[in-house]
Design a protein around this ligand. Structure first.
Ligand SMILES: [Zn+2]
Ligand SMILES: [Zn+2]
Length: 298
């Protein structure tokens, strides 16, 4: 159902609205009732979408980083799972410096874009009313977003390793040769904008193409994409890591090699683009490139 149509908002507190939703819309799930009450409470769709989106981004980012911060603080337990184990874990000062920069990017770059998201979303035909979409189109759309983002990320990230673009844009992200969870979004504002479009663009384009895309699907997709990016930068590889179950999944082992060798493994989630284009990073690729450079100089 649509929002902002049923109540006089001068009296409505959040619990009142939840009670109202429970009486009027018993068919809705608990989460859908909360969603409905949230939009009614704020009585301003731009603000309501902005608050949900920004809070979800912050809570998911820092809560997903927390296990990796704990792992870095307990090297006696977790060092054996560290990929670059010849280097000490990041210090508290390094983690704090990274956190401050991430917060700056989130508030100065991402927050204004998040405020603009609701008008963009409506322009592209996305919906945000209750009930939420069925899990089947939601899953199919999220798989599509993963594949499209991965291809977009591969080519743009590869382009960012071209000298002038690397020096002016991408170098900040490579400040840490041994990444840790918090470094997932440690990047220049331009990189945040351009690579971030790979995450936020596909749902908008799918909406423009006439498909029924819901904001809840977008939020679920962005949460999973944050999980992927943070885990890929964690610096830890466990016997139960996803890449050991899904062979074409990149994971931390894959992206760690990108930071270690400054070349190859340009994709975000999967391995197929790097395998197809001959850009798999590692010691063999490094030796091959050295031999090619030596041959070219002779
Ligand atoms: Zn890179
Ligand atoms: Zn990275």
């Amino acid at each position: 159902m649509d929002f902002n149509t049923t109540l006089s908002h001068s009296m409505a507190s959040y619990p009142d609205l939840l009670d109202f939703a429970a009486q009027q819309y018993p068919e809705l799930s608990r989460l859908e009732k909360l969603w409905w009450a949230h939009y009614e409470y704020w009585d301003n769709n731009i603000l309501a979408t902005g608050i949900i989106t920004f809070l979800a981004h912050e809570i998911i980012y820092f809560s997903r980083c927390l296990p990796w911060i704990i792992a870095d603080a307990l090297p006696s337990i977790f060092m054996k799972y560290k990929i670059q184990d010849q280097k000490p874990p990041p210090s508290v000062a390094e983690q704090w410096a990274c956190t401050k920069y991430i917060l700056l990017i989130h508030f100065v770059i991402e927050l204004p874009l998040i405020v603009l998201f609701h008008p963009m979303m409506e322009f592209c035909g996305l919906s945000f009313s209750t009930p939420f979409p069925d899990w089947r189109p939601l899953t199919a759309q999220i798989i599509t977003f993963f594949l499209v983002e991965d291809a977009y990320h591969y080519w743009l990230h590869r382009a960012m390793h071209w000298g002038p673009l690397y020096r002016s844009v991408h170098r900040i992200h490579h400040q840490y040769a041994a990444p840790f969870g918090l470094t997932a979004e440690y990047a220049s504002p331009w990189e945040t904008l351009f690579l971030g479009f790979g995450t936020i663009g596909p749902p908008l384009v799918l909406g423009l193409l006439g498909y029924d895309v819901h904001l809840a699907t977008v939020l679920a997709w962005v949460a999973l994409r944050q999980f992927q990016a943070i885990d890929a930068h964690s610096g830890y590889d466990f016997p139960w890591s996803l890449r050991r179950i899904v062979p074409f999944w990149g994971g931390a082992d894959w992206h760690d090699d990108h930071h270690r060798y400054f070349w190859g493994n340009y994709s975000s989630s999967f391995k197929h683009w790097d395998v197809l284009m001959g850009t798999v990073a590692g010691p063999e690729a490094r030796e091959k490139r050295r031999a090619e450079r030596a041959k070219a100089q002779n």
